[in-house]
Design a protein around this ligand. Structure first.
Ligand code: CMX
Length: 133
């Protein structure tokens, strides 16, 4: 699976984006993902498929707010692209993977997404992103 994006928990989108702007990234899209309680900036670099997703909490009880309260801002998750998220989740469920979202939910850009608990992948929160419509 290709890396779809890297998610970073931030306290302030504008301030957090500056180092990436300085390194050649620009703002591709902005969206409020209500179900996750976050405002998202997706940063990309011209000519490369690399995406960096900055996540600012807009709700006190959001996963990102809890993460920052406990660990401070920083790397939050690694997102991997799949063409068929349902099939992937069924396969992982059969393997006993600790799925946070056994049923995919809408994420940034209207993509279907599903998270897997960090205890499964050595402390890394994984997100599957379905890339086909
Ligand atoms: N990466 C790695 N570890 C993490 C983590 C993260 N992003 N978030 C929490 N943890 C750690 C906790 O610190 C805790 O560690 P310890 O056991 O050592 O204390 C451990 O995971 C287990 O935590 P938990 O008590 O099971 O659950 P939490 O209430 O801390 O929630 C998690 C953690 C991953 C289940 C929750 O954040 C979640 O459901 N995440 C999925 C949704 C999400 O992250 N949304 C934000 C992104 C939205 C987007 O990209 O659009």
């Amino acid at each position: 699976m290709d890396v779809h994006h890297v998610g970073i928990a931030v306290e302030n989108l504008e301030a957090a984006a500056q180092p990436y702007f300085s390194l050649g990234y620009s703002l591709e899209a902005e969206e409020r993902v209500e179900g996750q309680g976050v405002q998202v900036w997706m940063l990309t670099q011209k000519g490369s498929g690399t995406r960096i997703e900055l996540l600012q909490s807009v709700r006190e009880d959001s996963a990102v707010a809890k993460f920052i309260a406990k660990r401070g801002p920083g790397l939050h998750h690694l997102a991997l692209a799949t063409a068929d998220i349902q099939a992937e989740l069924q396969r992982l469920l059969a393997e006993g993977a600790p799925l946070i979202d056994p049923v995919p939910r809408p994420g940034f850009g209207g993509h279907l997404v599903a998270f897997i608990h960090p205890k499964w992948a050595g402390g890394v929160l994984l997100e599957l992103v379905q890339t086909r419509p």
